[in-house]
Design a protein around this ligand. Structure first.
Ligand code: HEC
Length: 539
């Protein structure tokens, strides 16, 4: 077993990759030093998770305030951010603490990229040494002998943990980032093989036009690489790694999936590549993931909306029995799974009627509905072809459909279903979104971009315009985690929100639009309209 051993001395730092047995020898060779073997990730786990090398929780105290914090709450990331570049919250300035700021560039050679200008940086102090840095973290005193504000907790770390933490801070230094050159900024956009070809063309049209304009406007020319995945999902990871090797990119921008985006999400998280707002119905919602941002939780959000609604109905009708219908392998399968879990928590009974994957339109739907006739709530995770072939509605009190899968306001729901059916609708209703769409739609029309799938095309435009805006916040510091942090701070101020009423991304949030409506279809003067049947619900 190989472990990374940090040897901490008051006067010097060293680190070496040695085998466990050598670690003991190394410790013995330096008798004047307090030494201990700490796993290589100890610094990271202190910084990100508040867990010490021993597995015990990190403890921080803010003495003057009489407060102590522990574990994840005490972790440095809460204030200094994933990038280590700190933040400003109103009048509170949290300084950058990556190695290059603390040690003032002494660690880097001449070709190191410039340090990002960070408003909160401490300009008026001399460089830290390992010993003064340890003192700052333990006692809150900077190299000038100035006491740091009580907002910065004090941490009684032992030498081994301190050594690991400082190595980690050094590693956070601003490096040359792949995909960024003095004149170019490289992006990938990713399409899975099962992505709808019409939407794919629509997304690509928007991206290609946008990128060409950035050639003229931005100080770095944007370059787009289209990563088209092929074959079964088990092979995507290798394809992605291969693409990344031959075409290094700074970030993944937009893209389109069928029902599975999981391997792409994992690839981005594990390679620490920002993955900005892909068009996916089934995103990955994993606590602690950082690099993947989505506009919405897609059909998983719809499942939560329907779940909230059914749980409310069940208060008056506790024996509510729910049947869900979906095609095997389609996005509805993941949504149905979320809804089932949610309904079972409320003690409701749920059964699934699963249609064969990719069957002819409408095939099996009638039989599934006959089964559903015995239930009193029906949830249909179906595509337009199956919806158009629904026939007449069974005698079920409550019917819900996925708005996203059904095509939003152009859902081909037979007239006889409209009275009873409700849609999960995780975007603004058409009558509300008008002004928000004027700008992107005008942009498309001016460039003669055909509108083939308005929602994904507007979302793609929105992803690009957010990237443009965040570039100006980054100034010249193309640091990947910093990109995500800056987006989290600015999304809510972006003027265009497209199909969504509001976008916000707080600390540790992955999904910018958090709610939706339960909507119904009405017909007036021969025109079918979607109207909200609920307030905006945030499940
Ligand atoms: C609750 C928020 C918070 C947490 C958690 C936190 N810090 Fe700080 N830290 C601050 C603030 C605020 C300052 C600025 C203090 C000042 O300027 O007086 C600061 C300053 C510092 C400085 C001095 C930087 C300089 O340029 O002089 C270092 C070093 C530092 N923190 C390291 C850490 C480490 C390492 C951790 C985790 C073990 C940590 N901090 C956790 C808020 C925090």
């Amino acid at each position: 077993m190989r472990v990374l051993v940090r040897v901490w001395c008051p006067t010097r730092w060293s680190s070496s990759l040695v085998t466990a047995s050598l670690a003991i020898a190394a410790a013995c060779a330096l008798p004047e030093c307090a030494t201990a073997a700490v796993p290589a990730s100890a610094g990271e786990s202190i910084y990100l998770r508040g867990v010490l090398g021993s597995g015990a929780p990190l403890a921080g105290t803010r003495e003057s305030a009489g407060i102590s914090t522990q574990g994840a709450d005490a972790a440095c990331v809460n204030c200094h951010q994933r990038s280590g570049l700190g933040s400003t919250e109103g009048r509170i300035l949290i300084p950058p603490i990556t190695g290059d700021y603390l040690f003032h560039g002494h660690v880097h050679g001449g070709d190191a990229p410039p340090l990002p200008y960070v408003e909160s940086m401490h300009g008026n102090r001399s460089a830290y040494t390992p010993a003064t840095l340890a003192r700052a973290i333990r006692e809150g005193v900077d190299p000038e002998g100035r006491t740091l504000s009580s907002l910065m907790p004090r941490y009684a770390l032992d030498d081994a943990d301190m050594g690991a933490l400082v190595e980690y801070l050094k590693g956070l230094a601003v490096h040359r980032v792949p995909g960024v050159t003095p004149s170019e900024l490289h992006f990938a956009t990713i399409f899975t093989p099962d992505a709808d070809p019409v939407k794919r063309r629509g997304v690509l049209d928007v991206l290609e036009h946008y990128i060409v304009e950035q050639h003229r406007l931005a100080n770095r020319r944007w370059q787009l690489h289209v990563w088209q995945l092929t074959g079964p999902a088990t092979t995507w990871r290798a394809q992605l790694e291969h693409h990344l090797q031959s075409e290094p990119v700074f970030a993944v921008l937009s893209g389109l999936a069928g029902s599975n985006w999981g391997p792409v999400h994992e690839f981005c998280e594990q390679n620490a590549i920002p993955c900005l707002f892909p068009n996916v119905e089934v995103p990955v919602a994993a606590d602690g993931d950082f690099y993947s941002l989505y506009f919405s939780k897609g059909v998983l959000l719809e499942a939560e909306l329907i779940g909230t609604e059914l749980a409310r109905l069940a208060r008056d009708a506790p024996h509510l029995a729910v049947v869900q219908v979906y095609r095997a392998g389609d996005s509805g399968q993941a949504a149905a799974h979320v809804l089932t879990t949610r309904l079972r928590e409320h003690g409701l009974s749920v059964r699934d009627q699963i249609l064969t994957a990719g069957g002819a339109s409408g095939r099996g739907v009638a039989a599934a509905l006959r089964e559903a006739g015995k239930a009193n709530a029906l949830v249909l995770w179906l595509r337009p072809d199956d919806i158009a072939a629904l026939g007449s509605p069974p005698a079920v009190a409550h019917v819900y459909l996925s708005g996203l899968m059904g095509g939003l306001e152009v859902i081909p729901l037979p007239a006889s279903w409209r009275r009873v059916a409700r849609l999960a609708y995780p975007v603004d209703t058409p009558d509300h979104r008008g002004a928000q769409l004027n700008y992107p739609l005008g942009w498309f029309s001016f460039r003669k971009i055909p509108i083939v799938a308005a929602q994904v095309q507007v979302d793609t435009y929105l992803a690009c315009s957010l990237m443009t805006e965040v570039s100006s916040h980054l100034a010249d510091s193309y640091v990947r985690p910093y990109l995500i942090e800056q987006l989290q701070g600015m999304v809510e101020h972006h003027l265009v929100t497209g199909y969504y009423p509001h976008l916000t991304l707080g600390y540790r949030q992955q999904f910018a639009s958090k709610g939706g409506y339960i909507a119904r279809l009405t017909e007036e003067h021969g025109t079918v309209q979607v109207v909200a049947d609920s307030d905006w619900i945030v499940p």
